[in-house]
Design a protein around this ligand. Sequence first.
Ligand SMILES: NC(=O)c1ccc[n+]([C@@H]2O[C@H](COP(=O)([O-])OP(=O)(O)OC[C@H]3O[C@@H](n4cnc5c(N)ncnc54)[C@H](OP(=O)(O)O)[C@@H]3O)[C@@H](O)[C@H]2O)c1
Length: 280
Amino acid sequence: MTSNILVIGGTGKTGRKVVEGLQKQQQNVRIGSRTNDPAFEWNHPATWPKALAGMDKVYISYYPDLAVPGALEAIQGLTAAAKAAGVKKLVLLSGKGEREAERCEEVVANSGLDYTLVRASWFNQNFSESFLLEPILAGHVALPMPEAEIPFVDTGDIAAVAVEALLHDQHNGKTYEITGPRTLTFQQVVQEIAAGIGKDINFQVVTQEEYNKMMESAGVPADYIWLFDYLFREVLGNPDNQVVTNDVEKVLGRPATDFKEYIEVTARTGVWNQPIPQSI
Ligand SMILES: NC(=O)c1ccc[n+]([C@@H]2O[C@H](COP(=O)([O-])OP(=O)(O)OC[C@H]3O[C@@H](n4cnc5c(N)ncnc54)[C@H](OP(=O)(O)O)[C@@H]3O)[C@@H](O)[C@H]2O)c1
């Protein structure tokens, strides 16, 4: 059966792959982003009804993070607008072990619409499509939380789970906790990427305070420094988030993608051999 599906964040790390997966299954997809027509802008609720018009289902990836102030109100507003537009099902991308995100999950779960919650661990792609790309390119990665054992997950797996959830009713009312197949420390990540691409990458442990100061010196806005501080301390520092789950396999019937495979696929794109971009 063909559905009309709005993919909010449909040009982003997970959303782009959700769009591809749905199109492969002959679904009618509309991208929800500021650059699409009709545009979807989280900060302008007036844009939401047009983006939601005629849609049966919605994939929600909130930008920048469900933990930030204002996210709860945005999810409340979007859920109400989706209901008013006749949407039948919501699939929410959430963060594993983020207490703030759980309040947003509750809004979706109590909406009266069909829903699936996809709680993801930290993404592999943070090292190739996000804030950790630049240090990899510079050959020097300085990070706090050296003891954190992180079950990094691939955005391809998150998207594949989201596509399944959007298409099949057996996932209604379910919460999936999506991780990769093993944990890695930041130092192990850097060692594996360095070995995978044959480049020297130095790893330095810094305290959270030093890391915050580094961000400040680099001109990172204060609210983003707050967010990173929260994500490092609260999310990575929580032992409950250092556990591997088998939810990817449960939903997809195949094991989660290993970090080594992510490195091989990413290395082939050349992203780790480019000059350092002006801004990432
Ligand atoms: N990174 C992680 O390790 C991690 C782990 C767990 C959960 N998460 C969750 O993942 C979510 C982010 O998903 P993602 O990484 O797939 O997205 P992303 O790569 O951060 O992509 C951003 C997407 O949102 C759109 N966007 C940016 N600003 C927007 C705005 N003001 N209004 C409307 N659209 C906007 C962008 O399109 P345009 O620029 O064209 O508008 C793009 O499609 C967050 O909620 C975060 O909590 C992340």
